[in-house]
Design a protein around this ligand. Structure first.
Ligand code: COA
Length: 323
């Protein structure tokens, strides 16, 4: 059985930046409140007509360029998203065409909300380890700006648009050391977009679906759940607090991220944090942060990374990676 390692990373952010000051003009909020409660100062917003597939394609191209010349051999494409361009075909299938990949590749989307990238990485790792694929594109891409109620101050200040990608390839060296995925559907009422084809035509035409969240309750579940996930991941790998080189967390709220870093015994500078500039980009946030820290030289080959996420469902998951 072969192992899977990250061969290259890439990311993309829409050009338009929306600051907290702009949000002050839309809803009853303040830069100070948003910064203090979330750590977010700005977010990127997709242009009119810019879709999930557009964002995913840019990140994929960057990751493929970073991974090197063997891109013709990509045989698996997984896109994690909750904001696909269409009900179908999947965003992954759109990319097969846009990237000029040969017919015969495997391509599908994964919906696990903010945990989607970790879910997709786990699936790609299993394909590679069992010989079902050799070189996979794993992408997280979101246009959450399209599913926000811009008059709801409790949600519209939190999210942003973006995409991130990795090329995962078969290798003799262990790259993905372990993955841990979970879901619990009993608290769907705390965080959801209660809209979709199940609503029937009239409801679909009457309103657009938007994020609904009981933020402080989600916050408490997230901190507790991620603490347990850290314990589970360290234990499965025989590691102690402080053994990990980098925490690359889902970027929902700096207070949740800091709590996880403390649980891991890591100083703040060992956590990759993009939440101030990107906001919560859901399934895109981890690969966006990973790509940034790889490109600016913070994350070096051979270092030990812990990726973790928590999202609607609830879903949660982690990946321990020797980069
Ligand atoms: N600006 C100003 N005030 C706001 C506000 C905003 N944008 N949003 C909410 N408030 C108000 C509330 O109305 C409330 O007012 P009240 O006390 O008069 O009722 C007050 O601020 C406190 O609200 P609360 O929801 O308790 O704040 P909080 O400290 O829990 O912070 C979140 C809110 C959403 C930032 C925080 O709960 C959070 O990040 N939750 C997790 C979100 C998350 O991770 N979601 C995705 C999972 S992937």
């Amino acid at each position: 059985m072969s192992q899977a390692r990250i061969a290259g990373t890439g990311s993309y952010l829409p050009r338009r930046v929306m600051t907290n000051a702009e949000l002050e003009c839309l809803v009853d909020t303040s830069d100070e409140w948003i910064l203090e409660r979330t750590g977010i100062a700005q977010r990127h917003i997709a242009a009119d007509g810019e879709t999930c597939a557009d964002l995913a394609e840019q990140a994929a191209r960057a990751a493929m360029a970073a991974a090197g010349p063997d891109n013709g051999s990509i045989d698996l494409v997984i896109v994690a998203t909750s904001t696909p361009e269409h009900v179908f075909p999947s965003t992954a299938c759109r990319l097969v065409e846009r990237l000029g990949l040969p017919g015969g590749v495997i391509a599908f989307d994964v919906a696990a909300a903010c945990s989607g990238f970790v879910y997709a990485l786990d699936i790609a790792n299993r394909f590679i380890r069992t010989g079902g694929a050799h070189r996979a594109l794993v992408i997280g891409a979101e246009v959450f700006s399209r599913i926000l109620d811009w008059s709801d101050r409790s949600t519209c200040v939190l999210f942003g648009d973006g995409s991130g990608a990795v090329v995962l390839e078969a290798s003799d060296q262990a790259g993905i050391l372990s993955t841990h995925l979970h879901a619990d559907g009993r608290q769907t009422s705390l965080l959801n977009v209660p809209w979709g084809v199940g609503q029937g035509y009239e409801a679909l035409e009457a309103e657009r679906g938007t994020v609904s969240m009981r933020g402080n309750e989600v916050f408490r579940v997230a901190v507790r759940t991620l603490g347990g996930l850290v314990d589970e991941t360290l234990k499965a790998n025989g590691l102690e607090r402080g053994d990990v080189d980098w925490l690359v967390p889902h970027q929902a709220n700096i207070r949740i991220m800091d709590a996880t870093a403390r649980k891991l015994g890591l100083p703040a500078e060992r956590m990759v944090s993009t939440v101030a500039r990107h906001g919560n980009t859901s399934a895109a946030s981890i690969p966006l942060a990973l790509d940034e820290a790889v490109r600016d030289g913070r994350i070096q080959r051979g270092e030990l990374l812990l990726l973790e996420a928590f999202g609607a469902g609830f879903t949660w998951g982690s990946a321990l990676i020797r980069y």
